[in-house]
Ligand binder design. Structure first.
Ligand code: AHG
Ligand code: MN
Ligand code: MN
Length: 334
C-alpha cells in the first residue's frame, strides 16, 4: 500500500463535493489516466519496441506524422471510446471529429486532445506529452457534429496534460486549482506530489523560438529586445531563455518556477494566425495556467474567451507569469 493520495482517490473526493455528480466524470478520467500510462510505457521503451521514426503519412495540418503520433492517437481513442462517457472526440491527428462508434453507449462529454505534443522531440529522447480538454456535449445532442465542439475555452469542465519526462506526471484542473501527480511505476498509480500549483506573478525567464524573429510583430520584437538588453536595458534585470519545443514541457516549467511562453502571431505564413491549435493546445493550457494564477492571451484577446471557428484552428499564444503576460499585452495595445 502506498501512503500518498492517488489521482483516482483525489478525483472521487473532489467529485463528492459537487452536488448531483454521478461518478461519470471520475470514470472518464480513469480511462484518460490509463491511456497516459500506456503512452508513458511506449515512450519510455522507445527504440526497444520500434516506435521511433516517421510513419510516412501526413495529418490534416500537413505535418509529417511520427509513428508515435499515430500510435498514441490510437491508444487515446481505444481507451476512451468504450465506456459510455463521451459522445465524440477531436484529435490533432484526425481530420474530422471521431463520433463514438455505434456499438458503444454515448455519454455527455466531448474531448479534444493532442495525443503526442512535441513529437519532433521523440527521436532525440527529449520530453513530450499528451494534452486534453473536456467540455459538455450540448443538451439533447446525441449525434454531435464539429459545431458542437466550437465552444469557448472558458466552458471547459476539465483540462490536463501528461508529461513524459524524467518522471511521468499528470497535471489537472477541473476549475478548482491545479494539481500535479507523479507516476509511481512500481504500483502503477499517479500519486499527488504537487498540490495546488501556483505560477509566480513575476519572472526573469522567457521562452520563444527566436528563429522566427524576422517574422514577429512589433510588440513581441520590443518585449524580447528589452529582455535581451538585460541589466543595462529598460527592464534593469538579466533574463534567461529556454526553448524545449514541447509545449507541455514549457508549461510545466512555468508551473514549477514561473516564466513566459510565446508562440506569437507572425507574418511567416499569412494564412496562419499562429502555430498552436486552440482546441487541444491553447485552450487546455490556458485553463491550467489561469487556474494556477497565471495569464494567457493572444496578445489581443484572452484565449479562453475566443469563440472557436474550427476544431483545428490556430491561435497566437502568450502565457505564463501574470505580470509579464500583461506587459506583452500592453505592448500590443500601444
Ligand atoms: P505537436 O508536436 O503536437 O505538433 O506540437 C508541437 C508544438 C508545441 O509543442 C511546441 O511548442 C511547438 O510546436 C514547437 O514549435 P517549433 O518547432 O516551431 O519550435
Ligand atoms: Mn502539440
Ligand atoms: Mn501532437
Amino acid at each position: 500500500m502506498h501512503n500518498g493520495v492517488s489521482v483516482t482517490q483525489f478525483i472521487i473526493e473532489e467529485q463528492r463535493r459537487l452536488p448531483g455528480a454521478t461518478g461519470d466524470f471520475t470514470s472518464l478520467l480513469n480511462d484518460i489516466v490509463s491511456a497516459c500510462k500506456v503512452i508513458s510505457n511506449l515512450v519510455n521503451k522507445g527504440a526497444l519496441v520500434g516506435v521511433l521514426g516517421t510513419a510516412g503519412s501526413e495529418n490534416v495540418q500537413g505535418e509529417t506524422q511520427k509513428k508515435l503520433d499515430v500510435i498514441t492517437n490510437e491508444v487515446f481513442i481505444k481507451s476512451n471510446e468504450w465506456a459510455g462517457h463521451l459522445a465524440a472526440m477531436a484529435s490533432e491527428e484526425e481530420d474530422d471529429i471521431y463520433p463514438i462508434p455505434a456499438q458503444f453507449p454515448r455519454g455527455k462529454y466531448l474531448m479534444s486532445f493532442d495525443p503526442l505534443d512535441g513529437s519532433s522531440n521523440i527521436d532525440v529522447n527529449i520530453s513530450v506529452g499528451t494534452i486534453f480538454s473536456i467540455t459538455r456535449c450540448p443538451e439533447g445532442v446525441n449525434e454531435p457534429t464539429k459545431e458542437d465542439f466550437l465552444i469557448p475555452g472558458n466552458e471547459q469542465v476539465c483540462a490536463g496534460y501528461a508529461l513524459y519526462g524524467p518522471s511521468t506526471m499528470l497535471v489537472l484542473t477541473t476549475g478548482n486549482g491545479v494539481n500535479g501527480f507523479t507516476l509511481d511505476r512500481d504500483i502503477g498509480e499517479f500519486i499527488l506530489t504537487h498540490p495546488n500549483m501556483q505560477i509566480p506573478a513575476d519572472t526573469r525567464e522567457f521562452a520563444i523560438n527566436t528563429s522566427n524573429q524576422r517574422y514577429w510583430e512589433a510588440p513581441v520584437q520590443r518585449y524580447v529586445e528589452e529582455c535581451l538588453q538585460g541589466k543595462e536595458g529598460p527592464r534593469g534585470a538579466n533574463f534567461n531563455m529556454r526553448w524545449v519545443a514541447s509545449m507541455v514541457a514549457e508549461v510545466h516549467r512555468i508551473l514549477i518556477r514561473g516564466g513566459i511562453f510565446m508562440y506569437p502571431k507572425d507574418n511567416k505564413d499569412p494564412g496562419k494566425a499562429g502555430k498552436l491549435r486552440l482546441m487541444y493546445e491553447a485552450n487546455p493550457m490556458s485553463f491550467i495556467v489561469e487556474q494556477a494564477g497565471g495569464a494567457s492571451s493572444t496578445g489581443r484577446t484572452r484565449i479562453l474567451d475566443i469563440q472557436p471557428e474550427d476544431i483545428h484552428q490556430r491561435v497566437p499564444v502568450i502565457l505564463g507569469s501574470k505580470n509579464e503576460v500583461e506587459r506583452v499585452v500592453s505592448y500590443h495595445a500601444e
